[in-house]
Design a protein around this ligand. Structure first.
Ligand SMILES: [Zn+2]
Ligand SMILES: [Zn+2]
Length: 270
């Protein structure tokens, strides 16, 4: 747990943005169009508060969790001189330790991260084996909250317009919020969609780009390339979100994760 990770401009900017969207949605759009005391108002405020709280909670888990470090006792499983030479090549030239499969060195965190996906400035942390689920869950909750806020914004624009009580400053605010809502929703949906694709194929963002190159090289030499860790869509999903479907959207339900230094491959299952 590193609470100091919150002390970064992008992280504080995300927190401020979440607070701004929450305040505006509840006290301007819901209260302005339905009234917070009405049944419609209370119902929407409760749903939005739940989505916003789950977003903040999973965001905090992403920031505070260790993304996954290589155990100091880790040595690759090798036999014979050729494999030993191969293992030497898998040493990190910055940490001087062995790198398990799917591990990469992060230049920002200055360490090797297990099943590294990418370094994310918005959480001031790497996204790796231990916090990938929280990251995905955060992007899903934030997408839902953003869609909900956009719908409530549109409702309030129509309801307030009908009553023709809008001054020019309110109109200006609506144009600005509308632009923000569309940009935010599009970004979050693209991010979640991208990670749904990666989870279904059991790939990290780094592996996606490495795979593209490997495919091109294989094609040039007349071979075919398949990502070795993709077993079946269902197994790929459960390897990230866990075997219990009821816990798929809980960012801290990570009991299914192991040490993160070995992963089943297509070869093991055939
Ligand atoms: Zn390293
Ligand atoms: Zn990093």
């Amino acid at each position: 747990m590193r609470p100091k990770r919150f002390l970064s401009l992008p992280v504080l900017a995300v927190m401020l943005l979440m607070m701004f969207v929450y305040y505006t949605t509840i006290y301007i759009f819901i209260d302005g169009s339905f009234g917070l005391q009405s049944s419609h108002g209370t119902f929407n405020a409760a749903i939005f508060t739940l989505l916003a709280s789950l977003s903040v909670f999973s965001f905090s888990v992403c920031v505070l969790s260790d993304p996954g470090h290589v155990p100091s006792s880790y040595v690759p499983d090798v036999e014979g001189q050729a494999s030993k030479d191969n293992a030497e090549r898998k040493k990190c030239d910055k940490c001087y330790g062995y790198k398990p499969p799917r591990t990469h060195h992060c230049r920002v965190c200055k360490k090797c991260v297990l099943k590294m996906d990418h370094h994310c400035v918005w959480i001031n942390n790497c996204v790796g084996y231990w916090n990938y689920k929280a990251f995905f869950v955060f992007s899903s909750y934030a997408s839902l909250a953003s869609i909900h806020s956009t719908i409530l914004f549109i409702c309030s624009v129509f309801l307030m317009d009908r009553e023709s009580v809008m001054g020019s400053s309110s109109k200006m605010f609506n144009v600005m919020y509308g632009t923000l809502a569309v940009a935010l929703t599009t970004t979050l949906l693209t991010l979640s969609g991208w990670h749904v694709y990666l989870i279904l194929h059991n790939m990290t963002t780094i592996e996606y780009y490495e795979g593209k190159r490997a495919k091109w090289l294989a094609m040039k030499s007349g071979h075919s390339y398949r990502h070795p860790f993709s077993i079946s869509p269902y197994k790929n999903i459960t390897s990230v979100l866990g075997p219990n479907m009821l816990k798929w959207l809980c960012p801290t339900a990570v009991g299914h994760l192991k040490d993160g230094v070995s992963f089943p491959t297509l070869r093991d299952s055939s």
